[in-house]
Design a protein around this ligand. Structure first.
Ligand SMILES: Nc1ncnc2c1ncn2[C@@H]1O[C@H](COP(=O)(O)OP(=O)(O)O)[C@@H](O)[C@H]1O
Ligand SMILES: [Mg+2]
Length: 411
């Protein structure tokens, strides 16, 4: 098997990735990429600046590994493709032609694969979704797309004629995530996710568009990909990739890592407007704090990176008030002023944390207060489907009022 993979970004060749005999990976950026963006620019990842030298080491391997699913979903793909567990390179050679963001990996040197769409009948879509976590492609097809995360899901393309299977690196437009079959995690999780994302949007925060749909009796969340617009890929990476953190360490441990400071400062420098970037980050953190998202780890926030290698925050996704559903889920995922447990966290921690990065305390307080006020209004506007949100909404409202008190905006 080839020991070289080609790395494409927005359909243009960016780099060559090589697997060494000892299994480690090494990448070399193309000279055209250096000419386009210049040494030190970060068009692929905050953690992988352009350089003339070969890129190798943990950051590279973790970035690539974080393109793949986690846990049992990854295990199933490894078995399906007969790949040794943990062999990131070999799995990407099979399913790396369609990933999160605008990166594609291929084992031939081009051009970047367009793939093709295989139209699906409604019955085939029902079968594919209702069989998850077993991912059974349509007759004669294989899985050629990859996405991070722990939940089983399928990537499909919505066309004018219905759903299609994106084959051989074709672009998917939607993520279909059914209600998990195991009872790990709170009940009705995808209904909560759908409701919380609609609350976020009603509160004026950029967030993934979702709808709930029934596939032969199996309820699923249909998530519109925000990294696919007008038939083109836009680029993004999650915070683990930006920080060079392994998927298994997606929850910040609280031992001086300062993940949020690194995002705010390092990605902020690469933003059009660093102050605006920090405000977007604070807004998303405030939202997750207020709704009690006890699973807001580093794979549940992403950075968008545009054609000029400029950074902004990608919209919110994978949010749910899990702490208010079950206080066992109380990890905020990131440490705010040294604290990471939702039980102890207040808006005061967020204000102190972000001012420690150099953010203006007044701007931070205003941002948190705006999110809190708008969430309170949104709670009264957003209709829930199939879940009774009264108790959770009351809990969110209470947390929003507490945030307003901290920021001195309580009415
Ligand atoms: N709407 C979206 N548009 C683009 N990428 C998304 C979107 N939602 C999620 N993703 C990407 O897909 C990954 C998995 O989705 P997520 O909903 O977080 O699944 P899980 O519940 O398994 O964690 C995310 O980490 C992110 O990289
Ligand atoms: Mg997730």
């Amino acid at each position: 098997m080839s020991r070289v993979l080609h790395v494409w970004l927005r359909g243009r060749h960016l780099a060559e990735l090589e697997q060494l005999r000892n299994g480690r990976l090494r990448m070399r950026y193309d000279s055209e990429a250096l000419d386009t963006w210049g040494i030190g620019a970060r068009p692929l990842s905050l953690s992988l600046p352009l350089t003339e030298k070969r890129v190798q080491g943990d950051h590279l391997e973790r970035f690539l590994d974080n393109l793949l699913p986690e846990g049992a979903v990854r295990g199933a793909l490894e078995r399906q493709h007969r790949i040794r567990p943990g062999d990131t390179f070999a799995l990407l050679a099979r399913i790396g032609r369609e990933c999160a963001g605008a990166i594609q990996l291929t084992d031939d040197d081009g051009p970047a694969p367009d793939g093709h769409l295989v139209p699906l009948t409604a019955a085939e879509v029902d079968r594919i979704v209702s069989n998850l976590p077993t991912l059974e492609p349509p007759e004669g097809e294989v899985v050629s797309a990859s996405l991070g995360g722990i939940q089983s899901k399928v990537l499909l393309t919505r066309t004018r004629d219905g759903w299609a299977w994106p084959a051989a690196g074709a672009m998917s437009t939607h993520i279909i995530k059914p209600e998990p079959v195991t009872d790990v995690g709170p009940a009705d999780l995808i209904r909560w996710e759908d409701w919380t994302l609609r609350v976020a949007r009603a509160a004026g925060l950029p967030a993934a568009h979702t709808e709930l749909a029934d596939f032969d009796g199996r309820l699923a969340l249909v998530v519109e990909r925000f990294d696919r617009t007008h038939g083109r890929r836009s680029h993004q990476e999650d915070f683990t990739q930006a920080l060079g953190v392994a998927a298994r360490d997606k929850y910040e441990s609280g031992t001086g890592e300062e993940r949020l400071r690194r995002i705010a400062v390092d990605a902020g420098v690469e933003a059009v407007d660093p102050v605006g970037f920090v405000t977007e980050l604070v807004g998303q953190l405030a939202f997750n704090l207020i709704v009690g998202n006890g699973d807001a780890h580093s794979k549940n926030y992403s950075l968008a990176i545009d054609e000029t290698a400029t950074f902004s925050m990608a919209p919110l996704y994978d949010v749910a008030p899990v702490y208010l559903l079950n206080p066992m889920y109380q990890s905020f995922g990131h440490s705010l002023d040294g604290t990471g447990r939702l039980r102890h966290l207040t808006a005061g921690h967020l204000v102190r944390e972000s001012t420690s990065w150099g953010a203006d305390p007044e701007v931070v307080a205003r941002t948190v207060a705006t999110v809190a006020t708008r969430v309170r209004t949104a709670l009264g506007e957003v209709v829930a489907h199939g879940i009774d949100t009264a108790r959770v909404a009351e809990g969110i409202d209470e947390r929003a009022r507490a945030a307003l008190e901290v920021t001195g905006s309580a009415s």
